[in-house]
Design a protein around this ligand. Structure first.
Ligand SMILES: Nc1nc2ncc(COP(=O)(O)O)nc2c(=O)[nH]1
Ligand SMILES: Nc1nc2ncc(COP(=O)(O)O)nc2c(=O)[nH]1
Length: 536
C-alpha cells in the first residue's frame, strides 16, 4: 500500500502485523448510548478492524461551547490493518454517512464524534503525524479529561505520549491537580430507558493521585452518594428472611413499596434486588422452573405498578442462570446480579452482552455453593513473576495486602472472560463476594481493603486489566462474620442493627453500592456515612 502521508516517524503499518489504535467517542445528540453502540458495531463490522476494548462511559459538560446537551464520552481500543488515513476515512464515514452527523459549527452538538487519539504500528511504535486534516496524537488530548480518563482505563500506567514522552497517566493527574470541577466526570452505567428518558447509575470519584497501596486505609476516592440495594428474597429457605415473602405476590409488592419509600426518603435512587434461589452455603438450589415462577411474575407486577416511581427504581435480579436473566430482562429488569460472576452458567455473559444497557454485577466466588467454604486458602501460588500488580498506578510494596490482590487477580480473570463474551466494561459492577469462599476474618479484611480493590490493576505480557472507575457493590447484610463478632450467631435477622454499622464502614472504605435486607435502618446509616466520609 502506498502511503500518501508525510510520516514524521516510523512506518504506520508493518506488513503482516496489525496496528493498534485508540479512538475517542463523544455524543450529545439523540439517543447517545445507541449512537455509541452503533458506532462501535460499525467499527467491529469492518473486515480490517477488530474492537479489542471499550472503556467506561462518562457524562460531562460541553468543554468549549457550553450551550448544548451533556456529552457521553469514552475510548475504544482497536486492532487494525488500516493505515491512519484509511482509519480516518472509516471514522468520517461512520459519523456522516451512517450516523448522519450534521456539523453545524466547531465544538457544536454531534450524534457521534470519532477521533483517532493514538496509532501504534505492529511493532508497538507510536506513529506521530501532522497533516492539515489528520494529526496524531490528537492535538487536544492533553487538555481533555473526557478523553484521558477513559483512555487510562485501557492503557498501562507506563504508556507515554510520543511527543511529550510523559506517561498519559501523569498528564491526567496534572490536569486534575488544577482542581477544576468541570474536569471531574460522572461515570455512568446506562440502564434501559423508561418513557424515552435516559436512566443511569452514576458515580463520581475524586482523582486518583492520592490513592496508593502504602496508605494503610486508602481513603475512599468516591465522592458521589452511596446507593442502597434493598433485598427481596422470594425463596422459602433464604438464610436470613426465609419464607416470609415467598409465593405471596401482594405481600411481596407491599414489601417493594416499603423498600422504595424508605430508600427514596433519603436517596434519589433505589435498587431492589429480587432473589428466587437462595445462595446460603450448602443450601438446596431451587430448580430453574421454581426460580422463574418466584421472580418473573413479581418483576412484571412491579413494572406494571403505576403507583411506583419507575424511573427512580432500579430493578435487579439475583441469579446465576442465563435463562432467568433473559426472562428478567424481558420483564424490565435493569441489573443482572450474578453471585457466580459468570462461572456457574457462562451463557449468562452472552445474555448480558446482547443488552448493553443492562448492568452486570459480577461477584467473586470460588467453587460452588456447596464447596466454596472449603476454598478459603488465598496463599497458594501467590507470587508469579509474569503478573505486575498495582494500586492506583503504584507497585504494591512487598507482601502488602495479599488477600485483596489474589481476589483482584481472580476478579480480573472473570472480567477478561466477560469482556471476551462481549460484555462492555461500562455495564460492570464489581462485588468481592462477602461470604462466598471467604471466612470471617477474610470478609473483614476485604471490606477494609475495598479502596485497594477499586484501584487495582494487573498486567501480563498479553493483558492489562484496570478496575479504575468500576463501581463496587458489597453485600455484608446479616452475614455470619457479623454474628462471629457480635455473638448473634443464632438468628440472622438479629444482625440487622449491626449491619447498619457495617454498611457505614463499607461506605467509609469506598463502597459505591451496599446490598442490605433492613433498608429502613441501613439507608440512614449509609446517609450518615455519606455525610461523614464524603461530606455529602
Ligand atoms: N464534554 C465534551 N465536550 C466537548 N466539546 C467539544 C468537542 C469537540 O471535539 P473535537 O475537537 O474532537 O471536534 N467534543 C466534546 C466532547 O466530546 N465532550
Ligand atoms: N451481589 C451480591 N449478591 C448477593 N446475593 C446473595 C447473597 C447472600 O444471600 P442473601 O440474599 O440472603 O444476602 N449475597 C450477595 C452478595 O454479597 N453480593
Amino acid at each position: 500500500k502506498s502511503f500518501d502521508l508525510p510520516v514524521a516517524s516510523k512506518t504506520p503499518v508493518i506488513p503482516g502485523k496489525s496496528s493498534t489504535a485508540f479512538l475517542a467517542f463523544g455524543s450529545n445528540v439523540g439517543d447517545r448510548l445507541s449512537n455509541i453502540q452503533y458506532a462501535i458495531d460499525l467499527l467491529a463490522a469492518h473486515p480490517e478492524v477488530e474492537v479489542r476494548q471499550v472503556s467506561s462511559i462518562f457524562e460531562s459538560e460541553p468543554m468549549y461551547f457550553q450551550d448544548q446537551r451533556l456529552f457521553l464520552n469514552g475510548c475504544i481500543e482497536v486492532e487494525t490493518q488500516l493505515i491512519p488515513r484509511e482509519l480516518l476515512e472509516l471514522c468520517k464515514q461512520i459519523e456522516y454517512e451512517e450516523l448522519k452527523r450534521v456539523k453545524e459549527f466547531d465544538n457544536g452538538p454531534r450524534s457521534i464524534d470519532l477521533d483517532i487519539i493514538f496509532y501504534k504500528n505492529g511493532d508497538g511504535d507510536h506513529i506521530v503525524l501532522t497533516t492539515e486534516d489528520l494529526v496524531i496524537p490528537h492535538p487536544r488530548l492533553l487538555e481533555r479529561t473526557f478523553v484521558m480518563e477513559p483512555l487510562c482505563e485501557l492503557i498501562s500506567h507506563d504508556e507515554v505520549h510520543p511527543v511529550t514522552a510523559e506517561p498519559v497517566f501523569v498528564h491526567l493527574n496534572q490536569v486534575y491537580d488544577q482542581e477544576r470541577d468541570a474536569d471531574i466526570l460522572w461515570k455512568v452505567i446506562p440502564l434501559p430507558q423508561v418513557d424515552g428518558k435516559d436512566r443511569f447509575l452514576k458515580f463520581k470519584n475524586k482523582p486518583k493521585s492520592g490513592i496508593t497501596a502504602n496508605s494503610d486505609v486508602p481513603v475512599s476516592d468516591t465522592i458521589s452518594p452511596t446507593l442502597t440495594m434493598g433485598i427481596l428474597n422470594t425463596t422459602p429457605d433464604s438464610f436470613s428472611d426465609g419464607g416470609c415473602f415467598n409465593d405471596n405476590l401482594d405481600l411481596q409488592l407491599s414489601r417493594v413499596k416499603s423498600i422504595v419509600q424508605e430508600v427514596l426518603n433519603l436517596s434519589k435512587q433505589v435498587i431492589i434486588d429480587i432473589g428466587g434461589c437462595s445462595t446460603r452455603p450448602n443450601s438446596k438450589q431451587a430448580t430453574l422452573q421454581q426460580e422463574i415462577e418466584r421472580t418473573i411474575p413479581l418483576l412484571r407486577a412491579i413494572r406494571a405498578c403505576s403507583s411506583l416511581p419507575q424511573s427512580q427504581m432500579v430493578l435487579s435480579i439475583d441469579t446465576y442462570r442465563s435463562e432467568v436473566a433473559q426472562l428478567a430482562i424481558e420483564a424490565g429488569v435493569d441489573v443482572i446480579n450474578d453471585i457466580s460472576g459468570g462461572k456457574f452458567d457462562p451463557k449468562i455473559l452472552s445474555v448480558v452482552a446482547k443488552n448493553p444497557n443492562v448492568a452486570y454485577a459480577m461477584s467473586h466466588i470460588r467453587g460452588s455453593i456447596h464447596n466454596m467454604n472449603e476454598k478459603t486458602n488465598y496463599d497458594e501460588g501467590f507470587e508469579s513473576d509474569d503478573v505486575r500488580e498495582r494500586c492506583g498506578g503504584l507497585e504494591f510494596p512487598e507482601g502488602k495486602a495479599p488477600l485483596i490482590r489474589v481476589l483482584g487477580r481472580e476478579l480480573a480473570s472473570q472480567y477478561t472472560t466477560a469482556v471476551g463474551f462481549g460484555v462492555k466494561r461500562w455495564q460492570i459492577l464489581l462485588d468481592p463476594g462477602i461470604g462466598f469462599a471467604k471466612h470471617s476474618a477474610q470478609n473483614l479484611e476485604i471490606i477494609r481493603n475495598l479502596g485497594i480493590l477499586k484501584n487495582y490493576s494487573m498486567q501480563t505480557n498479553s493483558t492489562f486489566v484496570n478496575f479504575r472507575n468500576i463501581p463496587v457493590l458489597v453485600g455484608p447484610s446479616r452475614k455470619k462474620f457479623i454474628g462471629h463478632i457480635t455473638g448473634d450467631t443464632k438468628n440472622a435477622s438479629d444482625r440487622d442493627f449491626v449491619t447498619g454499622a457495617v454498611a457505614s464502614a463499607c461506605v467509609g472504605y469506598g463502597a459505591d453500592i451496599v446490598r442490605v435486607h433492613d433498608t429502613a435502618n441501613c439507608v440512614k446509616s449509609i446517609k450518615m456515612a455519606d455525610a461523614l466520609y464524603r461530606s455529602l
